[in-house]
Design a protein around this ligand. Structure first.
Ligand SMILES: [Zn+2]
Length: 306
């Protein structure tokens, strides 16, 4: 629908905004599949809150967007990037989990007629945490978060959902609780492309957070790699091979879990454990200083409850 797209383009250029609009640079993964690689650091004003990866899949029957971004402005920028590649309309947006950077652009895509889908546990967490996420983003991103509002998925799925768009089969899979309770991956069986969401971090240190499950994460990771993807778009980090994903995500999780279990068995308390565990092998990963100790603290409490 070129006329509708032209109208959208007009709306984007009409307001008198001083700063030039945000431009995203999608990288091709395979033909008609693209990733937008976010900043490796934390969310900041400077990076527009875009510190996670987005993507899109172009088919003859419309486009499926993977993650809508942290704000209305990022969502609009993603749409502009898509219109550089195709005139196909956006049919679907998948939110790979409930963290703001994956779904706070939903309002924009819903306003142009897209369906929004997420795993049912992710959708429940959005209801629970969305308002607080939005307030903290408005504080951090100031005018860059203008017009951002919460729009929840209009469709949820339990464990798997297939979406057929033209000749392209797209599978949405929940492989168990991992980084959060509601993580999903997008799997393209013919192209062997995996949008892994936060099941996989590369290049930067992963974050262990209260709404996740580190034991489940390792199991979900293994299920994802059992699909034998040829191309992996991590949730955070550059396009990765299976061995890079294993090195930066699985090896870290298993190492930390082993060390913490040993510490608990020895009777070390949490503070001692943070001091004693040597994580230097992962020091090269971005965000190490910010997250390494925090990860031990969170995982220690989780393992005590297992
Ligand atoms: Zn994330």
């Amino acid at each position: 629908m070129p006329r509708a797209l032209a109208a959208v383009a007009l709306c984007l250029t009409a307001p008198a905004v001083a700063a030039s609009p945000l431009t995203l640079q999608p990288v091709p993964v395979v033909e008609r599949v693209y990733a937008v690689i976010g900043d490796l650091g934390g969310q900041t004003y400077e990076n527009d809150g875009l510190n996670a990866n987005l993507g899109f899949i172009v088919t003859d029957a419309g486009v499926l967007v993977v993650n809508s971004g942290p704000t209305q402005q990022v969502a609009k920028a993603l749409h502009r990037a898509i219109t550089q590649v195709t005139i196909q309309p956006i049919r679907w947006v998948v939110n790979l989990n409930s963290q703001n950077h994956y779904w706070h652009g939903n309002a924009y895509f819903a306003s142009i007629g897209a369906n929004v889908i997420a795993h049912e546990a992710a959708a429940a967490l959005m209801q629970e945490l969305g308002q607080a996420q939005l307030e903290s983003n408005h504080r951090m991103l100031k005018e860059k978060a203008d017009d951002t509002r919460l729009v929840y998925p209009n469709t949820t799925f339990p464990d798997r959902q297939e979406i057929q768009l033209g000749a392209t089969r797209i599978e949405l899979l929940h492989l168990g609780p991992a980084h959060t309770r509601g993580d999903a991956v997008v799997w393209l069986p013919r192209e062997r492309v995996l949008f892994a969401g936060d099941l996989i971090y590369t290049d930067r240190l992963l974050a262990v957070i209260p709404i996740g499950d580190s034991r489940g994460w390792i199991e979900a990771f293994d299920k994802a790699l059992a699909l034998e993807p040829l191309f992996i778009v991590p949730g955070h980090g550059k396009l990765a091979t299976a061995s890079e994903a294993r090195r930066d995500t699985r090896d870290y999780l298993t190492y930390l879990r082993e060390e913490i279990k040993n510490a608990i068995t020895r009777g070390d308390d949490m503070i001692d454990t943070v001091d004693k565990i040597d994580q230097s092998r992962f020091r090269h990963l971005v965000n190490f200083d910010l997250l390494a100790d925090r990860n031990v603290t969170q995982m220690y409490q989780d393992i005590e409850k297992e």
